[in-house]
Design a protein around this ligand. Sequence first.
Ligand code: FES
Ligand code: MG
Length: 589
Amino acid sequence: MAETPRKITPEKLRSRQWFDNPDNPGMTALYLERYLNYGLTPGELRSGKPLIGIAQTGSDLSPCNRHHLELAKRVRDGITAAGGVAFEFPCHPIQETGKRPTACLDRNLSYLSLVEVLYGYPLDGVVLLTGCDKTMPACLMAAATVNIPAISLNVGPMLNGYFQKELSGSGTVVWKARERHAKGDIDYQQFMDIVGSSAPSTGHCNTMGTASTMNALAEALGMSLPDSAAIPAPYRERGQAAYETGRRIVEMVWEDLKPSDIMTREAFENVIVANAAIGGSTNAPIHINAIAKHIGVPLDNDDWERIGFEIPLLVNMQPAGQWLGEDYHRAGGLPAVIAELIEAGRIHEHCITANGRTIGENCRGKFSWNREVIRPYAEPLKEKAGFLNLKGTMFDSAIMKTAVISEEFQQRYLNNPDDPNAFEGRVVVFDGPEDYHHRIDDPALNIDEHTILIMRGAGPIGYPGAAEVVNMQPPGELLKRGVSSLPCIGDGRQSGTSGTPSILNASPEAAAGGGLALLQTGDRIRIDLNKRSADILLPAEELERRRKDLESRGGYAYPASQTPWQEIQRSMVDQLSEGMVLKPAVKFQ
Ligand code: FES
Ligand code: MG
């Protein structure tokens, strides 16, 4: 590849404003002197070497990203080899499985703090170390806001897990084991052993959950090196990708290749297409819409349906399919998926990516050798793997991933020959996950195989950060009779590792005056997948009466905040359909 001409000269480096500013010798000396105290030389800081941040998201508190503590050394080697100087710094930890009340609460906090670091320190570019679910969006949102050259590096998935002879996939195995435990097939210790088997090494979830999804999408967007997202964390290629990423960011600084050059409207359209083909998480629209907002590109859930719904599922990976991260990587990872999509005319090939080439140059012709794991476009695992964007009297927007609709669900709900894409049912309403856990087995609720479960009070305001709780398990009695799932609708989120066909991310949420707040247990609702509608089967006057009644009580009640950040975020957060961004933050594009 021909070398891209330098657009930036050493005198124009951003860091020179700190370390070499003859107009203000006092401040320059002050900025400079403390960076010498651990052995850096004035020459390194002032001779025109790009200063590159390494945004470290790994720590003992963030086990999914912890391997970045090792990988950062290879990133540093790459930066040095290419003539830069590395500055590693910690990011606010976001561990999906360990943070109460939900890790998503911290996405915007981590975003805010990273913006301050990137803006306020002498950095010419940054390597964003991503992995666990919210670390990719927090990092890319910040890179979008500050818009200095940036490249992301995934930590990579864990190795495949096994329990006895069976593949054991992160998260997905929890949902399965939880069901067996509720039925009484396994005891508490067996439950723990089965779930533990899915975490055999360093790295993030090895299923196509939110982490694998978001990092594949960072690559599809063009923000990481091609063929880097899927490499399992312990593989040698992972360290090699870290080194190449470090080398490449230095070049990106000289080329002045910024996030706004890469994250264009067409690149986001590529992301929507890629997400459907990989069987990506329902968290993707939230985070991708947020990144788009921060770079100033219009993108909404109608775009997700219009561009993504028809795209077939090509990646045969849990939860929608069979295999895990190692298999996906060996089969060719994202470039093999993009190659199929290019051939089908679904990708804007000219979008520029972090390596300075277009996505077409990077991926065209890179078909998988393993068509069992990455299917040809014409022989997909499922047709129409994207999301529907439903609207009606219950909400203005909610996402449904129809690709995970099971045979059982199809037969039980979508079985009316006159109207095979619509279903009706009586609802049972829960106010938050605690209410659900408390009451789900109460026989007085009369939950049967035709009931629709509603989870409200779980959105960004009602349950700060929006809880991943919409996929609700049926009562134990129903499970014992072989009913393994009921339709679930809610204003919260759902784990990307879950295969339940829920209607989720409902916006506005109950706590923001959405229609879910008007529902009562016993009401009937109707979902029509053809019309993309979701309505409460009550006369308009009755809904109006209930709304007035709700308003007279001061609106939908939700629990008090437990921390200052919960209170601050609740006061300024937007809804899930809008990316759950902080409203005052989006004007800084
Ligand atoms: Fe961290 Fe899944 S819990 S990646
Ligand atoms: Mg999750």
